[in-house]
Design a protein around this ligand. Structure first.
Ligand SMILES: O=C(O)CCC(=O)C(=O)O
Length: 275
């Protein structure tokens, strides 16, 4: 097998929008909203490309209805966003997003997947879950994953905002999930163009869209510690054309290199010898 040599990954850029209060809330409550990360034109462009991607998925025979996840077809799931359009390859490595990812996971992480869930009128909630608990056995002492949710429409309770339980990222085992967990759910509210960071251990579900005609479009960028296999390894299935179009940083973040799971080794020279 030929070895593909790539340029070194770019240096991480600092966040400019995340306030100390938002960072603190992410640690204390497991979530935070960062407004105005992308402008209205970019938000609209991403929404248009998302609709195009949904139509293309259906045309290719990849159903956008996932009965295993959603009660009815009013939820439109689009997988494999990185394959669909360069705009999604830009969003997944947006400096504001990656700064929040580093806040939760530290410097050594991979992109697990990038998907969308459009909740149309009539959409109903899926099962309550934490994303980390789906992959990692309990106890969950640390965050090993984080979601960066891109709001492509204004999001509020009525149009199906994600419902979550603040502080539930402190629950260590299934036994810690209280019987009244669903009564503790609350929606986040955010304007189109915002991102929401959600600790991988936070218990949440999709909201019901009870509006007559409003769509709620969210993108879910999911990142995990580099030693975790992705939930679904979409990255392995990126077409040769898409793989050829990405640069060193994204290649590394997608875990496509031979050293994907040994991220810490990159920093080995910084380790002090022990006395
Ligand atoms: O669409 C949402 O609000 C949540 C989706 C979700 O939690 C999931 O797909 O795992």
């Amino acid at each position: 097998m030929a070895t593909v040599l790539r340029p070194p990954a770019a240096a991480p850029e600092a966040s400019t929008r995340t306030s100390d209060a938002a960072r603190q809330q992410l640690h204390d409550e497991g979530w935070c909203v960062i407004p105005d990360v992308i402008d209205p034109q970019t938000t609209q462009a991403a929404l248009d490309r998302l609709h195009a991607a949904a139509a293309r998925s259906e045309a290719r025979g990849i159903s956008t209805f996932m009965p295993v996840l959603d009660p009815n077809a009013s939820n439109v799931r689009v997988f494999y966003l990185l394959e669909h359009d360069a705009i999604f390859r830009d969003l997944i490595r947006h400096p504001e997003a990656l700064a929040l990812v580093r806040e939760v996971l530290g410097r050594n992480f991979l992109i697990s997947n990038f998907t969308a869930n459009i909740a149309r009128p009539g959409a109903r909630s899926m099962a309550l879950h934490s994303d980390q608990s789906i992959v990692v056995p309990e106890p969950w002492h640390e965050a090993w994953s984080v979601n960066i949710i891109w709001c492509l429409s204004d999001v509020r309770f009525e149009n199906g905002a994600t419902l979550f339980i603040p502080g539930s990222h402190h629950w260590r085992t299934h036994g810690d999930v209280p019987a009244d967990a669903k009564d503790r759910l609350r929606p986040f509210e955010a304007k189109a163009g915002s991102i929401v960071a959600m600790d991988g251990r936070l218990w949440h579900t999709s909201g019901a869209n009870i509006t007559a005609d409003e769509e709620r479009a969210l993108l879910f960028g999911y990142y995990s510690k580099a030693f975790l296999r992705p939930q679904v390894n979409w990255n392995a299935a990126l077409s040769p054309e898409t793989q050829a179009a990405i640069d060193g940083e994204l290649f590394d973040l997608l875990g496509l290199g031979v050293t994907a799971n040994t991220g810490e080794a990159k920093h080995i020279s910084q380790l002090e010898p022990r006395a």
